[in-house]
Design a protein around this ligand. Sequence first.
Ligand code: PEP
Ligand code: MG
Length: 585
Amino acid sequence: MTNITDISNKTNIILNGVPASAGVAIGKVFILEDDDFILIEKEISVDKIQDEIVRFKEAIEKTRLELQENHAKLNDMLGENYAKIADAHLLILNDPIINKESFEIINNGNNAEYAIYKVVEKISRSFDLIDDEYFRERKHDIIDVAKKVIRHLLGKQKKTLADLDADSIVVAKNLTPSDTIAMREVMVRGFATDIGGRTSHTALVAQSLEIPAVVGLKNISIQAKQGMPIIVDGNQGIIILNPSDETIENYKREYEIQISNQKYLEQFKDLTATTLDGKDVTLAANIENPEEVRSVLKHGASGVGLYRSEFMYLSRKTMPTEEEHYQNYSKVAKMMMPYEVIIRTIDLGGDKISKLGLMDIGREANPFMGLRAIRLCLKYPEIFKVQLKGILRASMHGNIKIMYPMISRVSEIKEANEILEQAKQELRQEGKKFNESIQVGVMIEVPSAAVIADIIAKEVDFMSIGTNDLIQYTMAVDRINEDVAHLYDPLHLAILRLLKTIIDAGHAAGKEVGMCGEMAGDPTYSVVLLGLGLDEFSMSAAQIPKIKKIIRNVSKIEAKELVDELLKCSTVTEISTVMKKFKYR
Ligand code: PEP
Ligand code: MG
């Protein structure tokens, strides 16, 4: 059990976490509470039952008002799709069965909190029996509404993103990738969470949005108080609560240095990523949505090496249509011309949970090893085909490639290609045009695929290494668990050997090999990856100038020599000594 002391009167309280997104931010704590609270069952004497019913009705009315306000705020800030969630919740709140059964339980002498909890528990169990996954998952909406009513009964005010101020730094137990996207719309300065690792998707979205963030702080959501001054240092992975004036001044200076460094790096924007001995590599960007393309071009990327298309599914309750896919990808492809855009087909699952009820949320003991990515697509070929048709049509507007995620065996590529063929055939029949010779590649992010990369390379046009998952699966280190974050080691000999196997296998088959995991955007590893022969580095846009500067100041030959030395090491200490010896210009 963690012992939390009251820190309100202390200054400069430093909390250590995992650096998730670089940069510093100074602001005020905004606690985004989660919904876990202790429910107390109480007996209500007969003479108090009427009062309890009044209390219940008042809570329902307060919830109604809250939902109506939420509708208006969400509509203004995040658009119609988010606002629709509040509408669906209002319908549930008005449900006669929920109300009638709650009254019955209160009339039997139980408190209102217990009554609504019991009713919703019963409904939720009956939803578990529904075969259709989409409808089954609707139970979470009912639970959400019940939690709101209970919160009002307990007199607890929950803050939502709609209550943010301009200087807010969000502090939460956990944030989902879709929470993080919503933060872009409301311009959060930074965030800090109890849970999370360096390559959790919440962290990756923060990097794309260039929001400084620290995760894995364990109990900041309990220690920080609403409105408390806070500094997020995403470079060092620390949070400072109640900073002194001197600390604030130091961080203001650091912020200015950060801005002037960014200005300095801008000079590399239009230069190629060419080594001193003339080897060109491609520096591309990872994106989650079309709005990021402006920043991608601003930072001098020569392509999109990974479009995480599944983000389109995260914050909505209806399936994207073929037309939406088409519009979305066409927009990116047109803006990125003449560069190429690699669209990864949906990689839902793991920590990216869709509200569409495709996954058995809560039933999978190991979601990262469960029905994720290509596995989900092959289970629901109709959904997959809708996306593929959208991508194929968009290929008329730019330089688009398709990439399948989480391939672990050759048969998955063949099955996916069969569905792609059906999608092409349907488009031909519908008279819709597409690039007949569109290139198809795969992510190598499961160790089994890495080991048979030579066989896979013959089946595809290109491969891209997903180190976030490859390291997670190879080293058995959960990418969102802060307790094992220190074991996540991209320079572990096992990883270096796997990377060499994959890149060599690709080249032997005459195929290009890229990398779109975080390792590609971390300056610590640039020379190693260059020496291993990587052709394309894809990363969050803000990293591109830093990596370009390194590539332009090293030769391919010395990078290769470094790799040769690393591959001879047997221990972590030896690897780190060799790395430290390397002289950067
Ligand atoms: C990866 O696994 O390295 C990758 C790029 O994909 P994601 O982070 O979306 O799982
Ligand atoms: Mg991955």
